[in-house]
Design a protein around this ligand. Structure first.
Ligand code: ADP
Length: 338
C-alpha cells in the first residue's frame, strides 16, 4: 500500500470540512473521490498535499507519517482544473520547469521533455505558447508538467471539468492510459461521476465531510448504499415500497429482496417491449440520436423514465408494455429509521 489516510479530520473553526475520513490507495491505482460541491473533497486533496493542517488523524506514505513533511518534500504533484500553465513560457519550458528548478542537466531535461510530450501526444509542440493551444492541449501540457519529476503520487482536482463534453470524453480515455503507462498512483477529486468512471479504478463517495461508500467502481455502481448516493452516481429515479415491489417482481427479482427495499432506476431501466409485464401510458416522448426517451405513467408504480428503440412509433397517450433491464437498476438497502 502506498497512501494511507487514517481517520483524518480537517476543521475550519467549528465545522469539520473533512470528518474522520479513512482511505487507502495502492501503488499504481487511481482512486476518485466523488462528491457534490462543498463536501470537502478539495480540502482532503489539499491535506494530502500538505497544504492544509490536520485537526486529527494521520496521512502516511508507505507507512511513514507525513505530518512533519512539507508539501515540496512529499514527492507529490498537483494538477488543477485549469492546468495553471505559465503563459509566458513555451510548452517545453512549462514541462521542464520543475526539472530546471532541480538543476537537472540540460541534456537530460531535453530528453525528458521529449519523452513526456510523446507520452501526452504532443510531439512537436515544444515552442508553442499556452495561449495558442486548445483547452485539451493545455491540460495535456499540465499533465506532462506534473509528471516531469516522476511524482510518487499525482493529485488531480477535476482535471477535465473545464473542457467541453466531446473533448472531455476523448481526453479522459487518454489521461487514463497516460497514467497507466507512467505507472503513476493518482488521487482524483471530482463532482462529475462520468469523470470518475472514466479515470478511476476505485471510487469513494463523499458527502458532508464523510466517506459514505468506497469500493471498486462497478461494485459501488451496482450497489449504492442509499438513495442520495444512487442519484449522485447518475441513477435517474428512486421508486419505493409498493412501486419498488412491482418493479422487482417484473424484473423477476422479488424473491431476492425483502419488501420495503427502494429501487434506483437508470433512465433506460425500463424498455418498451410487447412482452413486458408492466403496463402504462406514455406521458412524453423525445427522440435522441440513440433511442426514444419516454416518461411513462405505470400502473401502481407512477411516472418513470423508459426507452424505446429508434424508429418506434410511440406518442403521448399510447398504452405500452415495459420490460425491466435488470442491469440498469439497483435495489437499495432498507433505510434505518433514525
Ligand atoms: P469541495 O471541494 O467538495 O467543493 P471544499 O473542500 O472546498 O469542498 O470545502 C468543504 C467545506 O469547507 C465547505 O463548506 C467550504 O466552504 C469550507 N471551506 C473550504 N476552505 C475553507 C477555508 N479556507 N476556510 C473556511 N472554510 C473553508
Amino acid at each position: 500500500m502506498s497512501l494511507s489516510i487514517s481517520d483524518v479530520t480537517v476543521r475550519y473553526g467549528d465545522t469539520a470540512a473533512v470528518d474522520h475520513v479513512s482511505l487507502d490507495l495502492a501503488a499504481g491505482e487511481v482512486l476518485a473521490v466523488l462528491g457534490p460541491s462543498g463536501c470537502g473533497k478539495s480540502t482532503l486533496l489539499r491535506a494530502v498535499a500538505g497544504l492544509e493542517p490536520l485537526s486529527a488523524g494521520a496521512i502516511a506514505w508507505d507507512g511513514t507519517d507525513l505530518g512533519g513533511t512539507p508539501t515540496h518534500k512529499r514527492g507529490f504533484a498537483l494538477m488543477f482544473q485549469d492546468g495553471q500553465l505559465f503563459s509566458h513560457l513555451t510548452v517545453a519550458r512549462n514541462v521542464a520547469y520543475a526539472l530546471r528548478l532541480r538543476r537537472t542537466p540540460s541534456a537530460r531535461v531535453a530528453s525528458r521533455v521529449r519523452e513526456l510530450l510523446a507520452l501526452v501526444g504532443l510531439e512537436g509542440y515544444d515552442d508553442r505558447l499556452p495561449g495558442t493551444l486548445s483547452g485539451g492541449e493545455r491540460q495535456r501540457v499540465a499533465l506532462a508538467r506534473a509528471l516531469a519529476v516522476e511524482p510518487r503520487l499525482i493529485l488531480l482536482d477535476e482535471p477535465l471539468s473545464a473542457l467541453d463534453a466531446t473533448l472531455r470524453e476523448r481526453l479522459a480515455g487518454d489521461l487514463r492510459s497516460i497514467l497507466q503507462a507512467a505507472g503513476t498512483t493518482a488521487l482524483l477529486v471530482t463532482h462529475d461521476h462520468e469523470e470518475a468512471f472514466a479515470l478511476a479504478d476505485r471510487l469513494a463517495v463523499m458527502r458532508a465531510g464523510r466517506v459514505v461508500q468506497a469500493g471498486a467502481i462497478d461494485e459501488v455502481w451496482r450497489a449504492p448504499v442509499d438513495e442520495e448516493t444512487a442519484l449522485f452516481l447518475g441513477y435517474a429515479r428512486i421508486v419505493r415500497e409498493d412501486a419498488a415491489a412491482r418493479v422487482l417482481a417484473a424484473a423477476g427479482m422479488a424473491s431476492s429482496y425483502p419488501s420495503g427495499a427502494a429501487v434506483a432506476l437508470r433512465r433506460s431501466a425500463l424498455v418498451v417491449d410487447p412482452d413486458g409485464s408492466l403496463h402504462g401510458r406514455v406521458e412524453s416522448a423525445r427522440v435522441t440520436p440513440e433511442q426514444v426517451r419516454l416518461v411513462v405513467s405505470v400502473d401502481s408504480v407512477g411516472s418513470v423514465d423508459a426507452v424505446a428503440p429508434l424508429g418506434s412509433r410511440v406518442s403521448p397517450g399510447d398504452e405500452v408494455a415495459l420490460r425491466v433491464d435488470v442491469t440498469r437498476l439497483a435495489a437499495l438497502p432498507i433505510a434505518q429509521a433514525t
